[in-house]
Design a protein around this ligand. Structure first.
Ligand code: HEM
Length: 397
């Protein structure tokens, strides 16, 4: 490959997989646009980086999330951007409140929410799948988990969209900066109230659990709590919406899959794993080298910024055989879409549960799901693979 690949070029956003295949074959470690990031595209190299957080730091990325025009950004202080030993302490405190039991208890609420949303979708027949199902379900899940006011759910996505794009906003785009600042302030103000309320009147929600969690007698500080709640909102929404949206796109384009899942609903979990792998909602992670480092035989200077192309690793034959094909019923769950090592996604069981409950509510009720013939428009993002919208028509069963 001669010229630098631009990961945000329209043709790459439309279909990054041929470019990823070329990178894996010809230039597995190389600089790409934007920004001359070092792209790592092979499964084995990405795994090596993720297993070595001392040399490939997440904390090093925090600065790009707190540009001068913004100053304080709680997500930049969250465990996602911490290295050991700080990361271990925060993660172990938070894991105590974010247990499999807490998640399993959500199922009846999620099922009732999904049934209601499917009723509404069927009443309309023509709708944007993202706005009518893929977005409101995870928003309700996070809101319920945190014990938040349901009237705010529609604002979550707005807030989290703004917080998620901080590092991509240019120093001269004052209007966008002001929007982001407003969202951040609004979100912080609201979450402060929630913390105070739960302190006075603890319930059995996640926030109350976080307030009482202790490691060696030590609690989370207010700043740590705030960072985690921000992270939860962003990490829990931006990805799961796209798992549901990317899955629906596949079902619209492959009626045979829809039919098979309707006939054999026990295949739903395997469908979800394959969507996660084949059209991975989290396409990339970032790391900073803390010293000169070698990746895949290439020497990288200290302070190189790496973009780990998870979406590419998920299509690597070293990861699974026949990797460019969507195969329903693969044996092993595709865990890599949730990362690997110390930062492995804390919300993986929740995301899987949300997707399963949604499909179990939707599939028995619809005969077909079709979409308009235009090419889908994907978010211009390095990190997220997701549609801007997905207009669909559903026919009831
Ligand atoms: C399909 C949905 C999801 C995908 C594909 C996904 C993917 C990921 C990935 C790849 C990471 C690792 C990032 C890194 O190593 O830099 C991660 C971390 C994380 N995710 Fe998820 N995620 C999803 C849903 C969720 C949900 C629903 C939540 C919570 C409600 C969540 C919470 C987190 C948290 C807290 C971390 C940071 C863990 C740490 O730093 O130790 N995620 N996620």
């Amino acid at each position: 490959m001669s010229a630098r690949v631009n990961l945000l070029a329209p043709e790459v956003l439309a279909n990054p997989y041929p470019v990823f295949a070329e990178l894996r074959r010809d230039a597995p470690i190389c600089q790409v646009e934007p920004g001359g990031l070092w792209a790592v595209s092979r499964y084995a190299d990405i795994m090596n980086v993720l297993k070595n957080p001392q040399l490939f730091s997440s904390e090093g990325m925090a600065r790009s999330m707190e540009p001068a025009w913004l100053g304080y950004n709680p997500v930049a202080r969250s465990m996602l951007v911490m290295d050991p030993p700080r990361h271990g302490r925060a993660r172990s405190l938070i894991s105590r409140a974010f247990t499999p039991t807490t998640i399993a208890q959500l199922e009846p609420f999620l099922r009732a929410t999904a049934e209601r949303l499917v009723d509404e979708l069927l009443a309309r027949r023509d709708a944007d799948f993202l706005q009518s199902l893929a977005l409101p379900l995870p928003a309700a899940a996070i809101g319920h988990l945190m014990g938040l006011d349901a009237s705010l759910y529609s604002r979550f996505k707005h807030w989290s969209d703004h917080v998620a794009v901080v590092s991509a906003i240019s120093a001269t785009d004052i209007e966008k900066q002001q929007q982001v600042q407003r969202s951040l302030q609004e979100m912080e103000g609201y979450l402060k109230e929630v913390l105070e309320h739960r302190r006075r009147e603890p319930g059995d929600d996640l926030v109350s659990g976080l307030l009482t969690a202790r490691v060696d007698g030590e609690a989370l500080s207010d700043a740590e709590l705030m960072s985690f709640l921000f992270l939860l909102l962003v990490a829990g929404l931006e990805t799961t919406v796209n798992l549901l949206g990317n899955g629906a796109l596949l079902l619209a384009d492959r009626p045979d899959l829809l039919e098979r899942l309707r006939a054999e609903p026990e295949l739903i979990p395997s469908f979800i794993e394959e969507v996660l792998r084949y059209e991975s909602p989290a396409q990339a992670g970032f790391r900073l080298t803390t010293a000169e480092a070698e990746v895949g035989g290439v020497k990288l200077p200290k302070y190189s910024v790496l973009i780990l192309l998870l979406g590419s690793a998920c299509r690597d034959e070293q990861y699974v055989p026949d990797a460019e094909r969507f195969v329903l019923g693969r044996k092993d769950p595709a865990n890599l879409p949730f990362g690997h090592g110390i930062h492995f996604c804390l919300g993986a069981p929740l995301a899987r549960l949300e997707a399963r409950v949604t499909l179990e509510a939707l599939l028995p009720r619809i005969r077909s799901l079709s979409r308009t013939p235009e090419a889908p428009r994907w978010h211009p993002s390095l990190q997220i693979r997701g549609l801007m919208s997905l207009p669909v028509r559903v026919e009831p069963a």
